[in-house]
Design a binder for this molecule. Structure first.
Ligand SMILES: [Zn+2]
Length: 263
């Protein structure tokens, strides 16, 4: 048994809350810090499937990338999905912690791991965080030591994320040197990626009009999907937590899946 507070302390060091975006809702969102945890599940999102799994498997704590609750709630009833899930988890005594955008931006966070996974060098944040003493911030960009074809980077990304397809804006034979990464739905990083003179922005998903804008600005896009761009990291986070707290049973949700399917 580990006190919930100790796990929160570790997560706050791992993904410091000051790195989170202003609009976000990170940290311990449900639960008593003095309670004891023996079983911990990580997931990308609390959904009916992952909430059922957590309760069925006896989790005391869910570490979910996407916050629940995210928006302020005026009532907790069964007539909307977030409240219904919260009622279910609170009823079963399951605590909820979300690192979200603090995890995106952390030194060992999602964007750093994506940039490392693609083999980028000289990796730096796309947007510096004024409050961070070590110069961390949101998104990352870095260099490929030699120019690589866009089709080759797409293949690397698919291999890293274990995907068999993704969306691409730009031509396959374009040479790429400087690459920006921003997990999730991060079309707003197009502008900083252009300012940093990147040849390519990789983000999970973005709008049609952002794709057109990228095309007009002559920057390529690779869009592996929101789920794929972040899910791998909650699996790594489960490993990290298991290594840190030997007394815990930790797993990444086996029930959640990408709601978008190719048919
Ligand atoms: Zn996300």
């Amino acid at each position: 048994m580990i006190e919930l507070q100790s796990i929160c302390d570790f997560l706050q060091e791992f993904a410091p809350p000051h790195l989170a975006e202003e609009w976000d809702n990170v940290g311990l969102l449900v639960g008593d810090p003095q309670s004891e945890v023996s079983r911990l599940m990580t997931c990308l999102t609390v959904t009916p499937a992952s909430a059922d799994e957590a309760i069925r498997e006896g989790a005391d704590l869910i570490v979910t990338h996407h916050p629940l609750p995210f928006r302020p709630l005026k009532r907790l009833t069964t007539d909307n999905t977030p409240s219904r899930l919260l009622l279910q988890l609170i009823g079963a005594g399951v605590a909820v912690y979300s690192p979200h955008t603090a995890f995106d931006s952390a030194a060992g966070g999602i964007n750093q791991r994506l940039a490392d996974g693609l083999g980028l060098a000289d990796i730096v944040p796309l947007i510096a965080n004024a409050q961070d003493p070590e110069g961390l911030g949101a998104g990352r960009y870095g260099e490929l030591t030699t120019g690589v074809l866009l089709s080759e980077i797409a293949a690397r990304l698919k291999a890293f994320l274990k995907l068999d397809g993704l969306h691409m804006v730009g031509t396959a034979d374009r040479e790429v040197r400087r690459v920006a990464v921003a997990c999730g739905a991060a079309g707003e990083f197009l502008e900083p990626a252009c300012r940093a003179e990147c040849d390519l922005l990789i983000t999970g998903e973005t709008s049609f009009h952002t794709c057109l804008e990228a095309s007009a600005r002559d920057i390529a896009l690779l869009l592996p999907g929101h789920y794929a761009s972040e899910r791998f990291a909650v699996e790594l986070l489960a490993e990290e937590l298991g290594n840190q707290f030997n007394a815990l049973t930790v797993w990444a949700s086996r029930e959640e899946s990408d709601p978008l399917r190719r048919v």
